[in-house]
Write a protein that binds this ligand. Structure first.
Ligand code: AMP
Length: 477
């Protein structure tokens, strides 16, 4: 099965006369979370309106016709990211459905670990799916609930789904935000004058001048109506376990998580990397833009300037959006060029935030040597990614992950670096402010590095497990 992997960005705004335009701006600020498709659903107290497009927000939701169609003071929006084969318009969100109880729009960041199984059950019981997205499973479950109130129907559905999710949902006159019980995917609350705003990251508030209020807690459901914001806690309380990759790679450096900017976290990762793995060299250079904050932290730690040895062309998107491995490698060439006069005959420390398939490193190191670099010491500001993800991070199948295929020396040879070192897992926790990783209940969702998944990914061929799952579901409904 081709897995749908969605990291995505979500947004929502309640009671503002410029709801659609503000949503477009919020989505634009969240563009780094997904570039394949974008959409907005609005409600004008009578009708819902939905516009979904392939491509970037700025190329689609411009002033004029499309925004004029999205009338109403209530809106949600979505940026979609997916891997090969799934970039179809029908999978672009928010999804909209007319339920018995009224219209519902839903925007989802994350992945459900039991979506495949739920889908099979729903289809067996007569549901007709129109997309290949996990999110439609949630819509179908809400539609099937026997409860009368929409909030209860949603809670019913939440008890059946597993995995990582941040949702913004729009019903007639309710804006709802939800984070999964572990808080794997992020969601924050802001306010623009009287209007509540929800977004994946705080950078979406900055662009519209909204004030950041707080994060939605793990397992929390916030229901925004004209009476204000009500917080519901439908799940038994567990400790949060947010995705550490938000800190390492996904979130924009200017976003705030836990009262600290992502930029600060990344600098600390870089400083810790230097403490663990420094080597003398002529220059410290980042892979732009992903390695920049870590390289600054690294250079501060070793008291040596960071230089821009690689220049990035800002008019091409992230390498991962290209569908095939072959095109992905073109992507890297399109994106980066070497600052030749700077690096000629120099030994370099090259810094990036993460290494997944190795595509970026292979290309860049080759370009650096071609431009006359003497030595390239690659330093990665996170541990080796050995295990795939099931909760919305696009880290591919195990056999595509470089660190899963090779040991350190094998990886070094593959990317042709002079030396290669990663940040240790303990170093990662240290830089995040913890004395050590709690091995019985890790503070973060960090299975990409450790293989310890917060929710066991469902093996649809494991009959015992599936039966248990089904009885769990029916006991909750
Ligand atoms: P790779 O080229 O496959 O080794 O991927 C590593 C590069 O992609 C790094 O420069 C990262 O900043 C970036 N990256 C890491 N994780 C992801 C992800 N889940 N989606 C897109 N890009 C990523």
């Amino acid at each position: 099965m081709t897995r749908l992997k969605e990291e995505c960005g979500v947004f929502g705004i309640f009671d503002n006369k410029d709801a659609a335009a503000l949503t477009a701006l919020g989505l634009h600020a969240l563009q780094h979370r997904g570039q394949e498709g974008c959409g907005i659903v609005t409600f004008d107290e009578k009708n819902f309106y939905a516009e979904r497009r392939l491509g970037l927000v700025g190329d689609n939701f411009t002033k004029g016709k499309i925004l004029e169609k999205l009338s109403g003071n209530y809106a949600i929006g979505h940026n979609r990211y997916s891997t090969a084969g799934n970039n179809l318009i029908k999978n672009v969100q928010p999804f909209f459905a007319d339920l018995h109880s009224g219209g519902i729009g839903i925007a989802h960041n994350g992945n459900l670990s039991n979506a495949h199984h739920l889908r099979k059950e729903l289809v067996k019981n007569g549901s007709i799916f129109q997309t290949t997205s996990d999110t439609e499973t949630i819509v179908q479950l809400i539609a099937k609930s026997k409860r009368s109130k929409i909030v209860d129907k949603i809670i019913d559905a939440l008890f059946k789904i597993q995995g990582g999710y941040a949702l913004t949902i729009l019903t007639n006159k309710k804006l709802i935000g939800i984070r999964d019980p572990f808080g794997i995917r992020p969601l924050v609350i802001g306010k623009l004058q009287k209007s509540y705003v929800l977004a994946s990251e705080t950078c979406a508030f900055d662009i519209i001048g909204a004030k950041f209020i707080r994060e939605v807690e793990n397992g929390e459901m916030v229901v925004i109506t004209e009476d204000g914001l009500e917080s519901l806690k439908p799940f038994p309380k567990i400790k949060e376990r947010p995705c550490v990759f938000e800190y390492i790679y996904f979130s924009r450096p200017d976003s705030i998580i836990n009262n600290t900017s992502v930029y600060e976290y990344r600098k600390k990762l870089g400083a810790q990397l230097a403490k663990e793995n420094h080597i003398e060299s002529d220059l410290i250079i980042p892979v732009p833009d992903s390695g920049v904050p870590a390289a600054i932290g690294y250079s501060e730690e070793v008291k040596k300037n960071v230089e821009l040895g690689i220049i990035r062309n800002h008019y091409v998107g992230r390498t991962f959006i290209e569908p095939t491995q072959q095109i992905r490698s073109f992507g890297v060439k399109l994106k980066h060029n070497i600052n030749k006069t700077l690096i000629k005959n120099k030994s370099l420390i090259l810094i990036d935030d993460s290494l997944v398939r190795g595509t970026t490193s292979v290309k860049i190191i080759k370009m650096l040597y071609n431009a006359g670099a003497k030595e390239v010491h690659l330093r990665i500001a996170s541990p080796p990614i050995k295990y795939p993800d099931y909760y919305g991070v696009d880290t591919p199948n195990k056999d595509e992950l470089l660190a899963s295929k090779y040991d350190l020396e094998g990886m070094r040879k593959f990317i042709n670096a002079t030396t290669l070192q990663f940040l240790s897992i303990e170093g990662l926790y240290k830089s995040m402010g913890y004395a050590k990783r709690n091995s019985s209940y890790p503070q973060f969702t960090d299975h990409c590095f450790t293989g310890e998944y917060p929710v066991k990914p469902i093996d649809v061929n494991d009959k015992d497990f599936m039966d248990k799952q089904l009885s769990f579901i029916s006991s909750k409904s």
